[in-house]
Ligand binder design. Structure first.
Ligand code: GLA
Length: 724
């Protein structure tokens, strides 16, 4: 997997090759990343040409063809003649900016590296390549870590910086990856949106200059996602060369792609440089988050399959990797803050007979929390609503045959709370400036150990007071006016990252203390839906928008990187609380089976017919949940095209089973007669469709399956295929 030969470093996965070379003057050049090629030093592709206004480093003497501004770099720096996107930018005590990196050494370590305090893919039997660069003037070693997930076609990267000199160095920017392409004709796809409409793909050709997407909100955000794709202009689901880059990080990030003057492309991905400045004292180290790269020459579908498998099997941790997830019912949309123990028990009582196995009590159970004006921070049960606390409530729910789960928002505080009154200095806030509130709440300074310890202590008491199977960890605002009372002025640029490390640290602690508890991530829906969180929370509430038709788009966009088993998706009441739209219970169920399935309603208030539909849905989901959550996922149509239907498919790894889901759009007179071409089947097997007739896989894929004619808006169908 890893070959090191005289300064030439080659990484192979099953279908891809990645290569770099320590070239003249110790500059580490990127020679290739793409479909697998064998036995070759690919540096022959690099052109050395004299270009006007492209400077050369001192060692190159009169050789005007050796310019960092032109050559493909493995880890770019700024200030020393490369004017393209930097991966590394340092500030030295003399005020100078930039970095100058030269190859120093390499080593190969057994097993894939892990990163202390940060999420990372697990490598199994893999190896780690570490290429060490140095910036002599700064006294800094820059260690480039490469992990190879061979079977998954994934290459992971992280960077560790060590101050080996005698002076403090400020890291102004340290990206997790830099990737130079010796071509300029690629599209960039980013995943963008807003609260209640996350991760819509935006695709376009790279034009000269920089296109970037990122977040300065303190979390990965609803607005952009730390995941991007670069692909050939003609690439589609099943054809064309595609590259994916994903950052395992839940804070401020920047993904930037530049098409340079010579029609080459550079991609950088890492912590956002805005308001980032990390002081590295002599002897100290800094580790960037991990980034993962994936490449497919056969389009976007294989790219997603590889990422999905790697996330399912090498990122999500036990006991949830590959395991069934509970069908849950959450009371939020049914009750909001207005509930008591009897109301919750009556909801549970009506949910249990339909097969729903987990009851989740959402926001409003603690402190003086009767609206979003008060109570956050006070993690003790409100005994007016829930007399006897969880000790009394949980057995009541369990007596219905359901497990019990709880909503928490540990990172936040209301000013109207005991916690804030006792510790007003524990929030992130700039002295002398006004408070910046959002949803009437302020963010606690999670970079501080004592703040985390206090909140964790209170939560641990609650979580230990009863048999709690599940926690929904929410965070409901973006960070603003960020200033930490615990950091000196010159270290304020560390606050955002220390906050994220604090969140990760607390999640890890919770995982350790409650190893069998399922933690679902949430941030006003999908405002912190990233691979970093998935290391701690194997599923994330995909969006506060539970409208089945909007969800088709949100889940479609999310699917490019993240597998179905990570997407929290529920059936909610109609008219929908976000859109006012009403669609049938059947269609809401089909849409929610594009994720970890559940309900967000009061089932005691629906008709007997609807209850029967739910009973069938739950049974169907439970029967096919391995296929739905762990199967290979195919996008069969693009819901952004406003076509007559949206369709997707899951296929079992042995190709003996498949589930095709279809939702029609707004009805029009004379609806089209459509044959839906399926994917991923075995052409030589015969598949029985919904227990009826059987057809060859080849026919279903090439000739297609005739879709029923819709009657009315937003109809839905599921076709279960099993090989004979
Ligand atoms: C966020 C979540 C919702 C719900 C509310 C509770 O918006 O996304 O699902 O938990 O908070 O306040």
């Amino acid at each position: 997997m890893i070959r090191c030969d005289n300064g030439l470093f080659t990484l192979h996965t099953k279908h891809t090759t990645y290569q770099m070379k320590a070239g003249a003057h110790g500059v580490l050049l990127h020679t290739y990343y793409g479909p697998r090629v064998e036995g070759c030093d690919l540096s022959y592709r690099i052109r050395y040409v004299d270009r006007g206004f492209s400077p050369v480093p001192e060692e190159a003497g009169r050789d005007r063809t050796f310019s960092l501004d032109v050559l493909p770099q493995e880890y770019s720096a700024c200030g020393m003649g490369d004017f393209r996107l930097p991966a590394l930018d340092l500030e030295l005590p003399n005020g100078s900016r930039g970095a100058d990196l030269r190859y120093k050494s390499f080593r190969v370590e057994e097993g894939k590296y892990a990163l202390e305090g940060l999420p990372a893919f697990r490598g199994g039997e893999g190896e780690t390549l570490v290429v060490v660069l140095e910036d002599a003037a700064a006294g800094l070693d820059v260690e480039l870590y490469y992990g190879v997930l061979e079977d998954y076609d994934i290459i992971t990267r992280a960077v560790k910086l060590f101050n080996r000199g005698g002076q403090a160095v400020k890291i102004r920017q340290a990206a997790s990856l830099c990737l130079d392409f010796q071509r300029g004709d690629l599209d960039l796809i980013t995943f963008d949106g807003k609260h209640v409409l996350e991760r819509s793909p935006s695709r376009g050709p790279l034009l000269p200059g920089v296109r970037s997407a990122g977040s300065v909100r303190g979390s990965s955000s609803h607005q952009h996602n730390p995941f991007v794709i670069l692909c050939e202009h003609s690439a589609g689901e099943d054809h064309g060369l595609c590259y994916a880059a994903c950052l395992l990080y839940s804070g401020n990030f920047q993904a930037a792609a530049e098409r340079s003057q010579f029609e080459n492309i550079r991609l950088t991905l890492g912590i956002h440089p805005w308001h980032f400045c990390w002081t590295l004292a002599p002897g100290e180290g800094f580790t960037t988050p991990e980034a993962a790269l994936c490449c497919s020459k056969d389009g976007l579908a294989p790219l997603s399959h590889r990422l999905h498998r790697a996330i399912r099997e090498r990122l999500i941790r036990d006991p949830w990797a590959g395991q069934p997830r509970p069908v849950l019912l959450n009371n939020w949309e049914a009750t909001m803050f207005d509930f008591d123990a009897d109301r919750l028990a009556s909801i549970a009582k009506s949910a249990a007979p339909m097969g729903i196995g987990l009851f989740v009590m959402d926001d409003g159970w603690f402190g003086e929390r009767s609206s979003d004006l008060a109570g956050l921070g006070d993690w003790t049960v409100n005994e007016e609503k829930l007399p006897g606390g969880l000790e009394a409530l949980v057995p009541r729910i369990q007596s219905q045959g359901m497990k019990f789960g709880l909503w928490i928002e540990p990172e936040m505080v209301n000013e109207d709370s005991g916690l804030y009154r006792a510790h007003p200095d524990w929030v992130l806030q700039i002295p002398g400036r006004g408070k910046v509130r959002s949803r009437h709440q302020l963010a606690l300074d999670f970079s501080r150990q004592e703040v985390r310890d206090h909140v964790y202590g209170a939560l641990k008491t609650v979580l230990s007071s009863a048999d709690i199977s599940y926690v929904k960890w929410d965070v409901n605002r973006s960070l603003a006016a960020v200033w930490s009372a615990a950091l000196p002025a010159e270290r304020q640029g560390e606050a955002y990252h220390r906050y994220v490390l604090g969140v990760y640290g607390m999640l890890e602690r919770m995982r350790r203390d409650f190893p069998h508890m399922l933690i679902e991530g949430c941030s006003g829906g999908g405002g912190r839906f990233d691979a970093g969180m998935l290391y701690y929370t194997p599923q994330i509430w995909c969006s506060d928008n539970t409208d089945a038709i909007d969800r088709l788009r949100i889940q479609y966009g999310t699917s490019f990187c993240y597998p179905v088993c990570t997407m929290g998706a529920h059936v909610s009441a109609v008219p929908n609380a976000q859109t006012g739209r009403s669609v049938s219970m059947e269609t809401r169920g089909v849409a929610a089976m594009h994720g970890t399935f559940g309900y967000e309603m009061d089932p005691s208030r629906i008709t007997p017919e609807e209850r029967e539909v739910i009973r069938r849905q739950v049974a169907f989901f439970k029967e096919h949940q391995a296929l739905i959550l762990q199967g290979d996922y195919y996008r069969l149509s693009d819901p952004f095209q406003n076509g007559p239907f949206t369709a997707w498919e899951q296929v079992s790894p042995d190709k003996r089973e498949a589930l095709v889901s279809v939702v029609s759009g707004q009805i029009q007179g004379g609806p089209p007669l459509w044959n839906l071409r399926l994917k991923g089947l075995d052409p030589d097997l015969r598949y029985q469709v919904n227990g009826g007739g059987s057809y060859p896989g080849g026919a279903l894929m090439e000739a297609g399956w005739p879709l029923p004619l819709p009657w009315g808006d937003y109809q839905s169908w599921q076709f279960y295929l099993s090989a004979l």
